[in-house]
Design a protein. Structure first.
Lengths: 416, 241
């Protein structure tokens, strides 16, 4: 019997790995390895237990399970750290005994407390409960919406079936894998189609209308033809801009759950953007002024960020300020440091925004005056893009405005 | 945290916190699912979300029974008494949040055959996102006894109120422009109101955490921005008839 117990788990690992290869062929490599990884981790743990049947009895963790390495205690913590995905060891009451480094970001300060205090998603909790009650492995999937969309899949594997254990003994292995990226791809596609079809229909219908007119009534009318072609060119430009914005929004949402890690100095990024927008500002006779607040020891304001995305934030905000600013007005772009935050603010002296619109501005396709926005070449996505980028950077976007006096858009980002 | 001579007393407290966390997790999921069912017009999701409210109610009764037993058997004082009372109140608020979210799920079920204007759903989506964020923060603050975070949530409700005002106006405008949307918009209006109420219960929880951590009751009037009770849009096409 003992020989059989020792034999089965390695077989399970082998089977899991072979299955992963096969699954990888059909379902895309990430998913296949994901499932097999979870299965192999469970198998690995039970393999160790099967080959060390005597030591289990002595495995009574003390208050600090991380240090219970001596004597006959089985080295489950070392086992956990051998798993690349977030992995936790729970006792039979559901209290977290220990976790590997990968689990730290998912379950901050959870050790020594019930798992529900670190993660309260019903799917995870019920998998843990079921696994302990039935003595068989349970897999689960958790979708969360805030603060960023995230999909986790995982498995709760009871180590000793339904055997009666001391309440503080290691009893259950919980392995989790971040499946956000895979899930987003499917979700994005649906979202993109829904948004695109909704917003592209209007310009497309007008294009078709003009084409029909040019083929029919206005066939031999050169004046009307020039006029219509100019409108058509405008509509086509609008459609391509819309597609560009939708694509960049999708791209940003896709990696929103992965915080950026580069160190970026804000000032040069802003300077480039302002220089690129100068012709547009000059056309509206608007002066764009960059103000850099006093910084300690003259060093620049450096944030953890993605350079291109931060440039896009600045570009969208400054472009908006030019679009909705006063002709002949002034825009102030300020970079400064406030406590532990970097701050970028764009202030215009335009018509301002009524208070009931302020909280809505970052919604997709929300427009204060729809006709006005379209005429100014807006896609209705500029601030939605800003919001998602700021979200990815763990920052905050703050908008204040007084009708008739102008608006201030402020982005606060964590310093590097 | 507390270290009592009788360890089973600590275990009873841990059990109270566990049940409260579980209730919170169910309430979060119920609200997220209720809105997802509404926006995707998914009657199955709506039905399963509405059914999960029963679990929240069951847990609340459990928490109440446990708390009463603890009071009767242990005669708690000071911190312990505050802890038990906070749990009771927090569980009560979570149960109400569950009810309000369930109400949205039921409306989602009623509306699953209707087409609805995307902008209106966008506004509700934004409200749901903000309410979920507040709820997540307050539950995290409760699990970690984080008074500062609770205070942040308490102040954050003003943002949800502003958003509600805006959504309320938008829905009224829609109904005035096209009376055929009145049936649909009324449901959406109630859904928006429910989310706003969820925000209020979330701030109640924040107040309780503050009380639990500091022992002081928040006495400043909470910043409120809901002015829909006094809002009447002037343009009334019916008067012209």
């Amino acid at each position: 019997m003992a020989a059989l117990r020792a034999f089965v788990p390695p077989l399970a690992i082998a089977v899991a790995i072979v299955l992963a290869g096969v699954a990888g062929h059909f379902a895309g490599p990430l998913w296949g390895w994901g499932v097999a990884g979870l299965a192999a981790a469970g198998a690995l743990a039970s393999f160790w237990l099967a080959t060390h049947p005597v030591s289990r009895a002595a495995a009574v963790p003390d208050q600090h399970p991380a240090r219970s390495r001596g004597g006959d205690a089985w080295p489950w913590l070392a086992l956990l750290s051998g798993i690349p995905d977030p992995a936790l060891m729970l006792d039979s009451r559901g209290v977290v005994l220990g976790a590997n480094p990968a689990a730290a970001s998912f379950f901050p300060n959870g050790i020594g407390r019930h798992i529900s205090l670190a993660n309260r998603s019903p799917e995870l909790l019920s998998a843990v409960e079921q696994a302990l009650a039935r003595g068989s492995a349970q897999s689960f999937q958790v979708r969360s919406v805030v603060p960023v969309e995230r999909t986790l899949v995982g498995q709760a594997t009871p180590l000793f079936g339904q055997q009666k254990l001391e309440p503080t003994e290691p009893a259950l292995l919980l392995v989790i894998r971040d499946h956000t990226a895979e899930h987003q791809i499917a979700e994005m596609r649906a979202d993109f189609v829904a948004n695109a079809s909704h917003e592209l229909r209007t310009p497309l219908a007008s294009l078709k209308g003009f084409v029909e007119t040019l083929q029919g009534a206005a066939k031999d009318d050169p004046v009307a033809r020039d006029k219509f072609l100019a409108i058509m060119a405008l509509q086509a430009t609008r459609m391509s801009r819309l597609i560009d914005d939708l694509l960049s929004l999708s791209r940003i949402e896709m990696r929103e759950h992965v915080p950026p890690t580069d160190r970026v100095a804000l000032a040069p990024v802003i300077a480039d953007v302002v220089a690129a927008l100068r012709p547009l500002a000059e056309k509206a006779n608007i002066v764009v002024e960059v103000v850099q607040g006093a910084t300690l020891l003259g060093e620049g304001v450096i944030v953890l960020g993605d350079r291109d995305e931060l440039a896009q934030v600045a570009q969208n905000l400054i472009q908006n300020a030019i679009k909705y600013g006063r002709l002949g007005g002034r825009i102030e772009v300020a970079i400064s440091r406030r406590a532990d935050r970097a701050q970028l603010s764009v202030k215009d002296d335009g018509i301002g925004i009524a208070p009931e619109h302020l909280p809505r501005l970052t919604e997709r396709f929300y427009r204060v005056v729809p006709k006005d926005s379209r005429e100014r070449g807006g896609t209705g996505l500029g601030l939605a893009i800003v919001k998602h980028i700021v979200n990815r950077h763990h920052g905050v976007l703050d908008i204040t405005s007084k009708p008739g006096e102008g608006s201030v858009f402020t982005v606060r980002l964590p310093l590097a | 945290m507390n270290n009592h001579i009788v360890t089973s007393y600590d275990a009873e407290f841990a059990e109270l916190d566990r049940a409260t966390a579980e209730m919170g997790g169910l309430a979060e999921k119920l609200l997220a699912d209720a809105f997802a069912a509404l926006s995707r017009r998914d009657p199955r999701l709506a039905a399963s979300a509405a059914a999960s409210d029963g679990d929240i109610d069951r847990l609340e009764r459990q928490v109440q029974e446990r708390a009463i037993t603890m009071i009767a058997r242990r005669q708690p004082v000071a911190n312990d008494l505050r802890h038990i009372f906070s749990v009771l109140k927090v569980a009560g608020d979570l149960e109400r949040i569950g009810d309000l979210a369930k109400n949205i799920a039921k409306r989602a079920l009623a509306l699953s055959g209707e087409t609805h204007p995307k902008p209106l759903i966008n506004g509700l989506g934004h409200m749901t996102e903000l309410a979920l964020r507040q709820l997540k923060d307050v539950l995290d603050a409760y699990a970690n006894r984080d008074g500062a975070k609770a205070l942040m949530v308490w102040h954050g409700d003003a943002g949800l109120d502003l958003l509600y005002n805006s959504v309320f106006r938008e829905q009224l405008t829609y109904m005035m422009e096209d009376p055929r949307t009145i049936g649909l918009c009324t449901h959406l209006l109630f859904a928006a109101k429910n989310i706003e109420r969820i925000g209020d219960h979330t701030t109640n929880i924040a107040e309780n955490i503050n009380y639990l951590v500091t022992g002081v009751v928040l006495s400043d009037p909470r910043p409120k921005n809901d002015d829909t009770t006094s809002l009447l849009l002037r343009h009334r096409p019916m008067d012209a008839a």
